[in-house]
Design a protein around this ligand. Structure first.
Ligand code: SF4
Length: 526
């Protein structure tokens, strides 16, 4: 690692230990302690995690795109734990596997983490025991590391500088090589999450000041990350040099608030200030907020799937409202791939906005032809194979009175593996649809994502080696069309940063194969 031309290696003696906890709740304090209450369902079904169980009981679960996480942080508010709970609740769509909150009163941490939804992990009792005016929180979807409490964030450590908590959204493309390097240097990892890498790098830094140690550590990381790192004295916030993941700053009275999406600010009544810049490091302590750069900003490459699928429609990313962007994508799709039909419907929830846009532009009425069952939870009794083969439809149903005898345009936000689209087309036909025309409000996903979205191999992607006609046949649609890349960029409507910035500050790697960062050979080979 370069430091004034000198190669700086991690300081000797930088051992890092899991926090052993103090007077905390069951399941707290010790990073290796599994909360038995939260893993009970997985035991019953033989699944390795509640998320895996959902994959087993829901025929369609696990075939959608998932992202890694949502982060939330607040500094300087007496209700820090409660507000973090509300913030995480607003970010729940970004990860349902585990949730956690760490608070600090300036002297010591208290924390609680568990497997499951925010409302399952936290009750009034847990929140009351989280003291202090500072907090960071996390909701997780596991795309790296296993689905166990061990990997639930924020991760909490003791090191020579005191207590340290880390929450991140994203994925490091060089996590494996850094882990191997650190293990050779004597680090003992407590989790299988790549987020732990930065804690070891901080612990081994020659710098005593945490912000300097963080800056040094960040020089070694490659990939997508939005970090919230807390000690008892400081909150350090960092976004990767390409700005692959969204992260925004708000104020609530005198308090500073950070969140992956602006919908979390609305949930607590905070006022949006600005988005965190790529390569920016923000430090908050008793002297207030300071901003600096830890790296030159690279090509801005915000994940396009935030607009297509991940983010909540009421969030604004880089000043663009997600619902309005999706609606414009649907409108553009109607212009690019018109079809004669009787009714337009969207796959709930993420495709509804695009379906409304398509209907408005085409003049074909929008109808709710598909309904999602929101209450299929982790404890749902798993159907027998025989029932599954009879087509038990637990997650999505077609509205027969809407689609029977009709030519239906079915709008979906993306096709990844193709199996979900095939089943939805089949559902609509079983409900009497005369024709099913599938229109996708994003381009073909042909390349894997290495930045925290769970499509990390080409074999998983139907468009990796199939053209439009072959995919149409595979999903059984009467016609199929995808939105063009140019149409999508214009519809989202982020401005050009420069005359050569044809990608308008987006990551388009899963459509084009042009990755904004270097991808290590072993990952690219997958
Ligand atoms: S490769 Fe695709 S899913 Fe991954 S960060 Fe880029 S745009 Fe998002």
């Amino acid at each position: 690692m370069a430091d004034g031309g000198r190669v700086v290696l991690p300081a000797p003696g930088g051992f890092i230990l899991p926090d052993q906890g103090r007077d905390m709740l069951p399941g707290q304090g010790r990073i290796v302690a599994l909360d038995q209450g939260r893993t009970m369902n997985a035991d019953k079904t033989g699944a390795t995690s509640p998320w895996e169980e959902e994959r087993l009981i829901l025929p369609w679960a696990g075939e959608e795109l998932h992202e890694e996480c949502g982060v939330f942080g607040i500094w300087g508010h007496p209700d820090a734990a409660q507000l973090t709970y509300y913030g995480l609740h607003a970010l729940q769509h970004r990860g349902q596997e585990s949730a956690g909150i760490v608070t600090s009163d300036g002297q010591r941490f208290t924390f609680h983490r568990g497997m499951g939804l925010v409302t399952e992990v936290f009750h009034a009792e847990e929140l009351q025991k989280l003291h202090g005016e500072r907090a960071i929180g996390h909701v997780r979807y596991p795309t790296n590391g296993g689905s166990v409490l061990l990997n639930a964030q924020p991760l909490v450590f003791n090191y020579r500088g005191g207590e340290l908590a880390v929450a991140t959204n994203g994925a490091l493309v060089n996590a494996d090589s850094l882990r191997r390097y650190l293990e050779r240097q004597g680090s003992i990892f407590q989790t299988t999450s790549d987020t732990e890498v930065i804690a070891h790098l901080i612990a081994r830094s020659a710098y005593d000041e945490v912000e300097e140690a963080v800056k040094e550590a960040l020089q070694m990381l490659k990939g997508a990350y939005a970090f919230l790192i807390m000690t008892n004295e400081k909150l350090v916030v960092a976004l990767d040099p390409n700005g692959l993941r969204p992260l925004s700053l708000a104020r609530l009275g005198d308090a500073y608030v950070f969140a992956s999406e602006t919908c979390a600010f609305d949930a607590i009544g905070a006022d949006f200030v600005r988005d965190v810049e790529p390569g920016e490091l923000i430090v908050i302590d008793r002297d207030g907020l300071r901003s600096q750069r830890f790296a030159n900003a690279g090509r801005r490459a915000l994940c396009t799937f935030e607009y297509i699928y991940f983010a909540r429609p009421d969030s604004d990313i880089d000043g663009v409202n997600v619902h309005m962007a999706r609606k414009r994508m649907g409108k553009r799709l109607a212009e690019e791939a018109a079809v004669e039909a009787d009714v337009v419907t969207g796959v709930p929830d993420s495709s509804i906005s695009a379906a409304i846009g398509f209907a408005e532009a085409s003049g074909i009425p929008y109808e709710m032809g598909l309904v999602k069952n929101r209450y299929v939870g982790r404890t749902f009794i798993r159907p027998s194979q025989a029932l599954r083969e009879q087509g038990v439809k637990m997650k999505l149903s077609a509205v027969r009175k809407v689609v029977d005898g009709k030519r239906v345009v079915m709008i979906d936000d993306s096709i990844v593996r193709g199996t979900t689209s095939r089943r939805i087309v089949q559902l609509l036909r079983e409900a009497g649809a005369k024709e099913v025309h599938v229109r996708i409000s994003s381009p073909m996903v042909k390349h894997p994502c290495f930045y925290g979205v769970d499509t990390s191999s080409r074999e998983e992607l139907i468009a990796a080696d199939k053209g439009v006609e072959a995919i149409r046949q595979a999903i059984g649609a009467d016609s199929l069309a995808f939105l063009s890349i140019e149409g999508m960029l214009e519809a989202i409507g982020r401005p050009f940063a420069s005359p050569t910035d044809w990608q308008r500050g987006h990551c388009l790697a899963c459509f084009t194969g042009e990755y904004p960062t270097e991808i290590p050979g072993d990952l690219a080979a997958d």
